[in-house]
Design a protein around this ligand. Structure first.
Ligand SMILES: *[C@@H]1O[C@H](CO)[C@@H](O)[C@H](O)[C@H]1NC(C)=O
Ligand SMILES: *[C@@H]1O[C@H](CO)[C@@H](O)[C@H](O)[C@H]1NC(C)=O
Ligand SMILES: *[C@@H]1O[C@H](CO)[C@@H](O)[C@H](O)[C@H]1NC(C)=O
Ligand SMILES: *[C@@H]1O[C@H](CO)[C@@H](O)[C@H](O)[C@H]1NC(C)=O
Ligand SMILES: *[C@@H]1O[C@H](CO)[C@@H](O)[C@H](O)[C@H]1NC(C)=O
Length: 941
């Protein structure tokens, strides 16, 4: 049953169940396959097995498919001609198998015109869907279904840039818009698209790969057919692109055929990743594979090594679906309406229209069954996407790493249970061997340097500059080497240490031949923009204008621009500062208390203590002297009455607290006065046309101009010395009255000279210092992350301590206004003192009155009340004679007088005493020590 039409036509009639077939309705269908290639051969064998399997199990069906097979010779024109011939002359009702996308395009249009369904099992380009033909059925996954799987894979490893490499035809291009779109939605950059022609020479491929090698990206997605793909990988391996740090991901175009590729083709692909549609292993599939292998070897004895691929499975399912659909439509009416009989076979315009085309299409769309490749369900003319398998080429074979599911993302197993969240985590994949036979995940990019090291520009500071602590470049002539040190350098090194990968670098001072900085900081930053440096590390402030040209890492210092002015010494000008600590009411209260306590002590001591006796003025003097000398705890008078001692102890306590508070308050007042700045208002400077300074070549110039300073007001400085000189000169002599600078520098300066200058508001916010990288550099994100770790950890404090002297200045520019101590803080104390004193007075009075009750109780009639009070007062004024304290103090006083007069001829002790109090005590004392009561009651000892 084999007819041969010329040499190029192979017609195989595969009518099975031959005898019965004559009775059953035969329906003619065609197949256009490239029989010279493995995929075509595999397709053919699968179609054959599918037919025999199907009619064996469905022998009662009324229809039988009759296949006419044509070879396309992998040529688009031949394939087209065969399809036209099949429709026109063979009047086939459906065609299976344009193998390639290019062949498919014409056939789909033809099928659409002739109402002949076209079924493909291997043309996967999504661009075919754009033809919108209802007669086109794709029994395969379209290529765009896998882009999300690839995207998740790229995300899982945190790669930020991907370069797709694709074959430059409609198959290759078809997926690119979908791929770039998916990647961009995941914020993954596609900096370049590399299209390689199917007919490219090895030289052309090598050239293109070298170009990729010089770029930064190290992640490549290869969308190729295996024949050209294998060539590319062989060349890539030869030029060193299959080494460590490279990542290759291949689409299902190659992954599907991994198990059919020869080991010499697979060998260069060690370590690459691939995605492919997942076909669940079933018993039925295993059985089929065995039968297929047997049949395939029968037909193609030379292709021993070929293994079944997913395309064979889809060919089997496509054939089954077609047979089912044809049965559904029935055997009748499979004619063509020959709308215009033409003798010219090549007249493409005049194809007949299949009468049952529409019905067959509908039947096909509704066909559902469990095929070899899983559930067969056509929606919108294509097989629905399912699960993709991620594989890693290890030892020349694809090793499964895990799966990608549309709803769940990457998963190690197909277990549908477990958390339902979409996940793109590399932890869900098995262990991977990367190109270069390494386990460590490539970082996905490389610095595109000609040399191997990152060239980092560093600013060069003037030797005596105050900012040398940030960056300092020292040249050692003996070794002809340059050393770069400083705070910024240490922060950078600390961040690099934490990077998960090594980053070789060298510091290059940005200096001119005379050793000075070759330009401004803006110029230094532009060097990165122009590509002369790969980065800049130093005290470079992050400002908006600069970020138009370069990318900054996160800042690693706090910052801002602020004004610094000299301090005015207010302390000297105020002679009355000592009064300020206490408010006037406290002063008054305190003074009154002194007088009062003096009085109380006098009352209590007057009768028993010789110190408080004598002429009235003397007594007043002694009392006040005693009271006030307590203030400095210099009172020398001995107290003899317990009440007096009690009062004084309480008072001493009060005075102690008052004095301490006064001292503290005075100290703090004087210190606050010290920090008072000379100028606090910027507008005052602008209005009065006073000069201000800023660091030479600094962006602060722009800020000052924006604030309204006139150019003539602006002076520059660039070292601590110059800065001091300018301030010293003063406004009139071309000096400055205020300077503007960045906070980190000012802290450095003020740390040394905080008694001379102080920072005052306003503070203009800037973002602090950051490291500079070219725009889009992947290092920015990585280093920023490490900077955060450094600044949040202990490391930053250590680095700061190493470079910046601890400032001794008290950070208090916030106005502590005059906080004099008021009565409200102390009235409790005074209350205690006064109550104690009053209590003592009362006790004394009561005791006194009780002792002398005979004077005011047993009075002879006629003595008036005034006289009696007068008598009492007289007694009070007298010395108490029966007091042991008096005796003691008397003896003491006598002995002390003895001491003084020891050199003289000693008079009698009684005389001595008497002479001391001669004015008052004449009547009260006699030599016999008899106390003479004025009322005649004598007490004799
Ligand atoms: C086909 O599969 C077998 C076993 O699965 C394997 O040994 C053989 O290498 C495969 N052939 C090719 C060409 O990969
Ligand atoms: C067939 O073609 C002829 C010219 O070749 C034309 O006159 C005629 O109308 C066509 N018939 C149909 C049904 O299109
Ligand atoms: C490709 O297949 C996926 C999954 O079946 C589908 O969502 C998508 O629309 C298809 N794309 C095209 C262009 O047909
Ligand atoms: C020092 O090194 C520079 C370049 O690194 C070179 O040009 C110069 O000749 C060297 N000088 C000496 C004395 O080796
Ligand atoms: C921004 O920086 C560029 C280059 O450094 C400079 O030419 C330009 O004048 C700056 N623009 C402003 C507004 O500062």
């Amino acid at each position: 049953m084999v007819k041969i039409h010329g040499t190029s036509l192979v017609m195989l009639s595969l009518l099975l169940g031959l005898g019965m077939a004559e009775k059953k309705g035969t329906v003619k269908v065609g197949a256009v396959l490239n029989l010279g290639e493995t995929v075509g051969k595999m397709g053919l064998s699968c179609i054959n097995i599918a037919l025999s399997d199907f009619y064996l199990s469905h022998s009662h069906y009324n229809t039988r498919l009759h296949f006419t097979i044509r070879d396309s010779h992998t040529d688009v024109v031949t394939a087209a001609a065969q399809a036209v011939d099949l429709i026109k002359n063979e009047q086939v009702q459906a065609i299976i198998g344009p193998i390639t996308t290019m062949e498919a395009i014409f056939m789909i249009n033809l099928g659409s015109k002739a109402h002949v369904p076209i079924l493909t099992f291997s043309a996967t380009s999504p661009s075919l869907s754009a033809l919108h033909s209802p007669y086109f059925f794709r029994i395969a996954q379209n290529d765009s279904a896998q882009v999300n799987a690839i995207c998740s894979l790229v995300q899982a490893f945190g790669w930020k840039e991907v370069v797709p490499i694709y074959v430059d035809n409609s198959y290759g291009e078809g997926v690119i818009p979908y791929l770039t779109n998916a990647l961009q939605q995941a914020y993954i950059r596609v900096p370049y698209l590399s299209a390689i022609s199917l007919s490219a020479t090895d030289e052309a491929i090598t050239k293109e790969l070298y170009k990729l090698m010089e770029m930064q990206t190290r992640v490549f997605v290869v969308h190729m057919t295996p024949n050209i793909g294998s060539r590319i990988f062989t060349i890539a391996r030869n030029i060193g692109m299959m080494n460590k740090d490279y990542v290759w991901i291949v689409t299902d175009g190659m992954t599907n055929l991994f198990n059919s590729l020869s080991s010499s083709d697979m060998e260069p692909m060690e370590g690459i990743l691939g995605v492919r549609p997942y076909i669940p292993r079933t018993q039925r599939l295993d059985d089929f594979e065995v039968r297929w292998k047997r049949k395939f070897l029968q037909d193609n004895p030379t292709l021993i090594d070929t293994n079944l691929s997913v395309f064979g499975i889809w060919a089997y399912d496509a054939t089954t679906a077609l047979a089912m659909a044809v049965e559904k439509v029935g055997a009748t009416n499979f004619d063509f309406q020959v709308n215009n009989v033409s003798s010219n076979i090549d007249d493409l315009d005049k194809v007949s229209i299949a009468q049952n085309g529409e019905k067959l299409t509908e039947a096909l769309s509704n066909t559902k069954f469990t095929g070899l490749g899983g559930e067969f369900n056509i929606l919108g003319g294509q097989l629905q996407a399912s699960i993709f398998e991620i594989v890693n080429v290890v030892g020349g074979r694809g090793k499964s790493l895990g799966f990608w599911m549309p709803q769940k993302g990457l998963r190690r197993n197909l277990d549908t249970k477990g958390p339902g969240m979409y996940s793109a985590s590399k932890d869900n994949l098995g262990p991977i061997i990367w190109p270069g036979d390494t386990n460590s995940t490539p970082k996905g990019w490389e610095i595109p340097t000609k040399g191997k090291k990152l060239r980092i520009g560093v600013p060069v500071k003037p030797r005596d500059g105050y900012s040398n602590a940030f960056v300092k470049v020292t040249h050692d002539p003996s070794t002809n080497s340059t050393k770069v040190t400083g705070f910024c350098i240490d922060v950078f090194k600390a961040a690099l240490e934490m990077l998960p990968y090594a980053l070789p670098y060298e510091f290059i001072p940005y200096s001119s031949s005379n050793g000075e900085m070759a330009g401004t900081y803006d110029d230094l930053v532009s060097q990165v923009y122009f590509g002369n440096f790969d980065a800049v590390v130093g005290d470079v402030t992050i400002i908006a204008n600069r970020s138009n040209y370069v990318d900054f890492t996160l800042p690693y210092t706090e910052s801002g621009v602020t004004m610094v002015v000299p301090i005015k010494d207010i302390r000297k000008k105020n002679a009355w500062a000592f009064l300020k600590p206490l408010t006037w009411d406290l002063w008054v209260t305190t003074s009154c208390s002194f007088v009062f306590i003096g009085f109380v002590v006098w009352v209590l001591e007057h009768r028993v203590n010789n110190h408080f006796r004598g002429p009235p003025l003397h007594q007043i003097g002694t009392s006040l002297w005693f009271s006030f000398s307590i203030m400095v705890f210099a009172h020398r008078e001995k107290l003899v009455s317990n009440l007096g001692r009690f009062v004084v102890i309480v008072w001493v306590f009060v005075v102690l607290i008052l004095v301490q508070s006064y001292t503290a308050s005075l100290t703090s007042l004087l210190t606050v006065e010290q920090l008072s700045p000379t100028i606090t208002d910027v507008n005052q400077l602008i209005k009065n046309r006073m000069n201000v300074g800023y660091p030479r070549r600094s962006f602060i110039h722009e800020i000052l101009k924006d604030m309204g300073f006139h150019e003539s007001q602006l002076k520059t400085y660039h070292s601590a010395r110059e800065y001091g000189e300018l301030f010293a000169k003063g406004n009139a002599n071309g000096g400055i009255v205020a300077a503007f600078d960045e906070v980190p520098y000012l802290k450095l300066v003020l740390g040394n000279e905080c008694s001379k200058y102080t920072m005052v508001e306003p503070r203009f916010k800037t973002e602090g210092f950051g490291f500079v990288f070219p725009k889009g550099s992947p290092l920015v994100v990585d280093i920023s992350r490490e900077i955060l770790k450094v600044t949040q950890g202990d490391k930053m404090r250590n680095i700061e301590n190493a470079w910046f002297k601890k400032s001794n200045c008290i950070e208090s520019s916030a106005g502590i206004s005059s906080n004099s101590l008021g009565l409200e803080s102390f009235w409790g104390l005074f209350l205690i003192a006064w109550i104690t004193s009053l209590l003592a007075l009362i006790i004394f009075t009561v005791t006194f009155l009780y002792e002398h009750k005979h004077i005011w109780l047993h009075h002879s009639p006629g003595t008036s009340i005034w006289r009696r009070i007068g008598n009492l007062l007289k007694i009070f004024d007298e010395r108490e004679s029966n007091s042991h304290t008096l005796k003691k103090s008397d003896i003491e006083s006598r002995s002390s007088h003895h001491g003084i007069s020891a050199t003289e001829t000693s008079p009698s002790p009684s005389n001595q005493t008497q002479s001391n109090f001669s004015l008052y005590d004449e009547q009260m004392f006699n030599p016999d020590n008899n106390y003479i009561n004025p009322c005649g009651h004598a007490t004799h000892y």
